[in-house]
Each structure stands twice: as structure tokens, then as C-alpha cells.
Design a protein around this ligand. Structure first.
Ligand code: FES
Length: 137
């Protein structure tokens, strides 16, 4: 009956971060960026302060073939940490994700997954996505 579940997440995730700071690590590159929650300049693709928006702000390659409109799966990421800081999965996103390769329980579309609270988020960009060459100008 001794049920000592240690959830390793939640409030503890902000330990070494300044109060209103969001820290996002992109794997496998290992690039970590930080910004003040709510102050990220919007880069015109996907939802504001979404994982795609963060990637675009910091020059991390995350493909977004449909321009962040929840109409493809090229922005697919796996959320390794900080899922509790991110907006809930909505029906249209879930429908699209069903078609994504390598679907996992922690799969999200980067353009729809909005970081709603300060704290630490770790996402992994699937290999097939990283290898996909974008045709941006
Ligand atoms: S960029 Fe197409 S669904 Fe996210």
C-alpha cells in the first residue's frame, strides 16, 4: 500500500529557470533556446508560441509543408518533457496525427502544440522529418 509515485515533472521543471522563462531543447541536435513566456515574436506559421514558432525563431529546422495550418504531418515531433506545459491535443490535430509516420503517445504537430506555461520542454524531431529537404527560398 505504500504508493510513492514520483512524477518527476510539474513544478519541479522550473527549478533552475527564471520565473517566466520557457526553455526548449530540440533533439537530437541538442539545441536549447530560452525566451520569456509570451514575448516570443510571431513568425507567421502555426499557432503563436507553438513548437514550430519557437523553431522558426531560433533557426531550428522543423519542416512545415502546409505553413502551419494543421493540414500535413511534416511538423511532427515527440514531446519528451514538459507535455504538461503544452496545449491539449485538439480533434483536428489528432486526425492529422493519425496519418503521421512513427506515431507515438507523445506525438504532436509542432505547429499546433502551443507552449502555454513557462518551464522546460524537450522535443525530438523524428529522423524522417530531419532528412526531408525543405524547398524554402
Ligand atoms: S505544418 Fe502542416 S500540420 Fe504543422
Amino acid at each position: 500500500m505504500s504508493d510513492e509515485t514520483t512524477q518527476g515533472s510539474g513544478a519541479a521543471t522550473v527549478d533552475s529557470l527564471a520565473e517566466n522563462t520557457v526553455e526548449v531543447t530540440f533533439l537530437p541536435e541538442g539545441k536549447t533556446v530560452t525566451f520569456e513566456h509570451g514575448k516570443l515574436p510571431y513568425k507567421d506559421h502555426g499557432k503563436e508560441q507553438s513548437i514550430l514558432d519557437v523553431a522558426l525563431n531560433y533557426g531550428v529546422h522543423l519542416d512545415h509543408a502546409c505553413g502551419g495550418n494543421c493540414a500535413c504531418t511534416t511538423c511532427h515531433v515527440w514531446v519528451k518533457e514538459g507535455a504538461e506545459l503544452i496545449s491539449e491535443l485538439e480533434d483536428d490535430e489528432a486526425d492529422k496525427l493519425d496519418m503521421a509516420a512513427d506515431l507515438q503517445l507523445n506525438s504532436r504537430l509542432g505547429c499546433q502544440a502551443v507552449i502555454q506555461k513557462p518551464g522546460r520542454v524537450v522535443v525530438e524531431i523524428p529522423a524522417w522529418n530531419r532528412n526531408y529537404v525543405s524547398e524554402e527560398h
